[in-house]
Design a protein around this ligand. Structure first.
Ligand code: 2BA
Length: 109
């Protein structure tokens, strides 16, 4: 068994969770925040048998799309100094960032 950890954009999270339920996969959604943009995103935890990994990856790919996002400059005089960038930059936010981890043991009580 594997644990798929997928960070996706909030805009795609409902569509992805509906698609997973439709295909009978179980998932947990966590509200998360990207370290770079400091914007909300959604992290899915999906426990899945090894022979279904490709199917789940395909569902994620089909339901999450990359978008351009502009990072606005923040004044060095105020706000969070960590997020200061001197000029607007466009970054491409995935799609989905996916980690696949081995599950040592799985129990439900
Ligand atoms: P954020 O950290 O907010 O990053 C949003 C997008 O900003 C990234 O999209 C990437 O295009 C850009 N970016 C991130 N760090 C950068 C940097 N130091 N310099 C320039 N551009 C940078 P994605 O790569 O598609 O990542 C989307 C979200 O997935 C991330 O949001 C983060 O929440 C998560 N993520 C990505 N890689 C990760 C990793 N290795 N470990 C944990 N979470 C990750």
């Amino acid at each position: 068994m594997k644990l798929i950890v997928a960070v996706v954009q909030d805009k795609d999270s409902n569509r992805l969770s509906n698609a997973l339920v439709d295909e009978d996969f179980r998932a947990t959604k966590l509200a998360s925040t990207g370290g770079f943009l400091k914007a909300g995103n959604t992290t899915f935890l999906i426990g899945v048998e090894d022979n279904h990994i490709d199917q789940v990856l395909q569902i994620i790919q089909d339901n999450c799309k990359a978008r351009e996002q502009l990072v606005a400059p923040v004044s060095p005089m105020g706000g969070n100094a960590d997020s200061y960038v001197p000029y607007p930059v466009e970054v491409q936010v995935g799609g989905a960032t996916v980690f696949i981890l081995e599950v040592e043991q799985f129990e439900q009580f």
